[in-house]
Ligand binder design. Structure first.
Ligand SMILES: Cc1cc2nc3c(=O)[nH]c(=O)nc-3n(C[C@H](O)[C@H](O)[C@H](O)COP(=O)(O)OP(=O)(O)OC[C@H]3O[C@@H](n4cnc5c(N)ncnc54)[C@H](O)[C@@H]3O)c2cc1C
Length: 84
């Protein structure tokens, strides 16, 4: 994106955390999807935009520990990026 990032034109936010029955949500893979799809969702964009959450790992998708390790993974990627 360079140094000029445009204002967003729209946004969508789920509110599962406020649902008194679910108190959250997790990913569900549709038919014909593959485990690699999870890793594709976690791919950085131009070493500038980074993604961490349970949907971005094929190791432990839809779990707390999956979400946790993606946070560590992205912290490592950002540090590597900052260190050049
Ligand atoms: C009913 C239920 C039972 C579960 N049981 C288990 C279990 O036994 N074991 C297990 O390992 N996992 C379990 N999970 C799954 C686990 O809770 C999730 O995989 C994990 O919480 C995902 O973490 P996350 O950080 O990726 O996303 P989340 O925990 O969903 O965090 C995302 C955060 O981003 C916020 N957000 C969303 N949009 C925006 C926005 N536009 N701007 C700012 N903030 C935003 C949300 O409010 C939320 O706080 C369960 C989930 C549910 C719903």
């Amino acid at each position: 994106m360079g140094n000029s990032v445009p204002d967003p034109v729209d946004s969508v936010r789920t509110r599962g955390n406020n649902d008194p029955i679910a108190f959250g949500a997790y990913s569900a893979a549709p038919p014909r999807s593959e485990m690699d799809d999870y890793d594709a969702l976690g791919a950085p964009v131009n070493n500038w935009l980074f993604f961490a959450d349970e949907t971005t790992t094929s190791l432990y998708p839809a779990t707390v520990h999956g979400a946790f390790i993606t946070g560590e993974r992205e912290a490592d990627r950002i540090l590597a990026f900052l260190r050049g």
